[in-house]
Design a protein around this ligand. Sequence first.
Ligand SMILES: *[C@@H]1O[C@H](CO)[C@@H](O)[C@H](O)[C@H]1NC(C)=O
Length: 378
Amino acid sequence: MVLPHVILHLLTGLAASSITDAQRWEPRPTCWTCMSRGKILEPGIGINLELSYITAAIRYHNSSVRNIVRIEGTQEYKSLMRGLAVRDSRDAIYTSGEPWKAEHGLTSHSSNTEVNLDLAQHQLTPSLRDPAQIIGSLLCTLKASAKASISQPLSSALATFPNLPGLQYQVVSDAFDYAGIHLLNEGRLAPVAAASAANGLGLCETYAELDVCDVEEAQMAMKRVLAIDYTRAALTVTLSPFQASHNGFDWNEHRAWDLGADALLDREGVELDKYWQRVRDEVQKLPKKAQVGRPITHVLLTGESALDEAFLDVARDALSDVLPEAVALSFTQTSVMQMVSPLFAKARGAAELAKRKSESPDECVETAICRWWRKQIG
Ligand SMILES: *[C@@H]1O[C@H](CO)[C@@H](O)[C@H](O)[C@H]1NC(C)=O
């Protein structure tokens, strides 16, 4: 039953990517105007929706990146994320944000709204709020506390969120609408892509000149990134091959909900040994399957619990058995300390990509005068 779906997914994926490639190599038109000074100087904000919390970071025009805030998820948010992971709740629960949109007199954008609404009225209990509203409420909290910290309103951001079967892009998009934050994404930004960008992997130098950036990206080395995400809620290991970071995706991913750091709390003795043995197996699973001749080139650490010493010891030991020596070595105590903060890495990468996006012309090539103008701005 699963197979045809997977094949269909692959086929549509391939079709989609060949169209984008074709489009990308068409010469871009010349831009009508130069970008305004305000737009060029504007900072980029990244938001990471995690399984049990949200983080945000800001990337300034002078290239410095700063962590803004981490907001712990409400119990409702945590249960929602957990629920979106265990079943494909697409049709059962999600209603494209229509209930609250109707309440707020906003127009509908989905063609099969009526069917969805019917379903929703039958299945939503009064206590079960719309997923977009649950996520949106937490985003409102984040927006309010970010305002003081960045001394400007948080009006737009690029978001990254986990690959959960029930968490569609539309849910996230509606949640941002709810919070009144303009979503800069054109599609899903995979957490591994954001974490890679935060660590400076696969970023082009000349990003404001799209054609030049394309050529740079095409010449980049292929990377195979193993991202290990350890939070109180789960242990997630992702393997992604890519050249440019923004193309990173959850090519292969394992999430163990029973191996989050919280699961350690009520364990001791043999139970504890079993836990660490399972963590070890989980960390080794994808590297063991990595094809011969296509070794993993980078290891990244993300998540609130990733710097837990017992965890690092186990992960380091597990990786030394299955990774090329040089890559495993990059995971020593000192190099881990040099990595971007695991708690904020995804938000920081999203902020970096947000800044690049808002500072770049919209699918056009600027004239020499515009480029001169940019140089004056610095
Ligand atoms: C970059 O700009 C921000 C915001 O203006 C400022 O707070 C920060 O100190 C600057 N960083 C550097 C390294 O100049």
